[in-house]
Structure formats: structure tokens, C-alpha cells
Design a protein around this ligand. Sequence first.
Ligand code: ADP
Length: 385
Amino acid sequence: MPVVGMVGGGQLARMTQQAAIALGVRLRVLAGDPEESAAQVCSDVRIGSHTSLEDLMSFAEGCDVVTWDHEHVPGEHIRALEAAGVVCRPGSAALLHAQDKLVMRERLSALGAPCPAYTAVHSTDDVTAFGEKHGWPVVLKATRGGYDGRGVWVVGSPDEAAALVDRVIATGTALMVEEKVAFRRELAALVARSPHGQGAAYPVVETVQQDGICVEVVAPAEGLDDETAAFAQKLALGIAEELDVTGLLAVELFETADGVVVNELAMRPHNSGHWTTDGARTTQFEQHLRAILDLPLGDTDANAPWTVMGNLLGGDDPDIFERYEHVMAHDPGMKIHFYGKGVRPGRKIGHVNVSGDDLSRLRARAEHAALYLRDPGLVYPEERK
Ligand code: ADP
């Protein structure tokens, strides 16, 4: 059976290990520390740095395919691995579009995919000129390295731009600016594509963000008309093909009054696909393994009318075991996924999935678990200490 190497020891690698067990695939993980989420559960852990070419090269030795749990491996290292004959999926050329937002915008616009207006930023003047043309506020973004809303700034005026842009550029961060899209809600289209070109699309979901972090996913997106859903799925499959993506591709979308607009891309299992573990015939983690190994893809159908995923974020009190017990006792039908990570305020430490046919009830159940785990006082004010 093949050996898959996943660079990065986070929760995505941890949950990929779960899928690898059932498929009989061997997973090897490159983690920075033995305590990382995936390193705790994987039998073949190599400790090293994803920014060291030497560590990556020795990690890749004996792997049939190398894949990624995050976007932070330098492109030149991936190209060096490829030049040495390592099979990287997705490859460096595709992955660049998930690593650099400006490259992604340029390519998707050239392909005719709907995108917000944007431009590269070299000085405050670029932002001011863009704001004058497209209207304020605008959204300033680091082209690389951002996640969970870090590296995204809403800028309301030329004065705000003046206060921010030079300061950020001085830290060596490359910037771009986009129009602020007046979206109704955020959606995500998750697809898989294998090297010989088989594609599969999951139902389009709604993602709910608070402070730049995804807190809830509703699968499928409520009230999304069939035409828009099919358009989003075809758009994602088309992008996967044009960019030669192998493995999963998540296309984050804004739904506007005139249809959908692409926000950004991820080429790995994605938070918007965590619902599939309990709500779809094939989990996104299994699908990623199938796709990168060029195996036939699994069925993407939902196995319930609705599945709601609630992200569990840490609160002020790191001692969560009693709250964990409460959540289980309160809702035996809820599926709990913990990542083995230390609890810190706002940190993603796990998620819950609930499936059924009463959407508002499912949302309330997921919210109860998320709030209670963070702080019981958020659910039962009378218990507030
Ligand atoms: P990250 O890489 O940190 O996930 P994103 O580019 O996805 O950053 O932006 C984070 C959030 O900021 C988005 O989920 C969305 O809510 C908001 N956002 C990003 N770009 C725009 C935009 N052009 N217009 C309006 N809101 C935006």
C-alpha cells in the first residue's frame, strides 16, 4: 500500500490519519514538535521544519506522494522536491494560487472567474487611487501568509490608508487591495480532482465567520437556488482543472445580489468540509487521500437533509474536561471532534457535527456546545462566576 507524506502536524493531518486508517494507507507526518495535533496520533512522525529543504527532502524519501496540511511550505522548496523526483500533490504551480492572493486574483480574472476588483499595492497612493475609483471602504490584504482574518484590514478612508499602508509595507509584507464586496453571506464549494482528471463536488455550504474566524458551517447552504449551487460547483471544478489541482480544492465564495464572487482558494482539507466526517458518504479527508493517490473518488452525497458544523474555540478557562462531559451528556446525538490542542482564547480546539431535518434546531444544538465549551456563562448567565 502507498505511503503518503503530509507536511504539517495540525488538525487536518490528524483527521487525515483517521481516514488513512480505514483506507489502509500509511501516513507519515512532518511535525515541528511531537506534541502537535497530528504527531500525537500518527505512528510515523518525523520532526523537522517545513521551511528547511533538508528536512523536507529526508521526509519525502520513501513517500509515494507528498501533500500539505497548510500553505506555508516555501514554493522554491516544493519546486526543489519536484526536481528531485518527489511526487507533490498538489504541485508547486497549482499551490501558488493558494499561497499568494495576488497571483490567484490575476489568474482567476484571466480565466473569467467572477472576482472583486483588485490591484497590487506599492504605496498609500495606490490604495487612495483605488478607493477613489471603487469607493470606500476597501479591503487591504497581505498577499501571503494570512489566515483566520490575520492579514486582512478594512480601510475606511485615505487617512486610515496613510496610517496603515507604509507601516505594513515596512515589515516586508506585500499588499493588495480589493473592493469591499457587499455580500449576503459566505459560501464554500469543495471539490476533489485526481491526476487523471476525475472530479467530484460536495454540496455547496454556507460558512459563518466571526472576527475573521469560521464559527459555523451549514450543509447544504440554506435556500441556495439550484442554478447558483450548480454554477459554484462547476466554477470550482473548472478552477481545479485549469490550475491542475490534485487533491481537494476549497473555493471560498461571497454570495451577492448578482451571484457568487471568489474570495480565496485552499488546496487541502478545509474547515468548510469538516461537516463531511459525519454528514457525507465520503469524508473530505478520505477524498483528499483518494485524489492524491489517483484512486477512484468517493460519493459526495450528504447522508442527512442538513448537517451543521460548529467550531469549538477556546475560552479563558483552559480546564475544559467537565464542560466536555456536559456537552456529551446534554446532546448524545452530537458528534464531537477534538484536536488534542492546548486551550487558548479564540484558538480552534475542535468542532461538533449534528445532522437531521430541523435546521434551526441543529444550529441551536451546535451553538450550545460551542458556547458552553468556551464559557458556560454564555449559555446559562446565572452560572456566570
Ligand atoms: P484569510 O486568508 O485570513 O482567511 P480572507 O481573504 O478569507 O482571509 O478574508 C477573511 C474574511 O474577511 C473573509 O472571510 C470575509 O469575511 C472578509 N473579506 C475578505 N475579503 C473581502 C472583500 N473583498 N470584501 C468583503 N469582505 C472581505
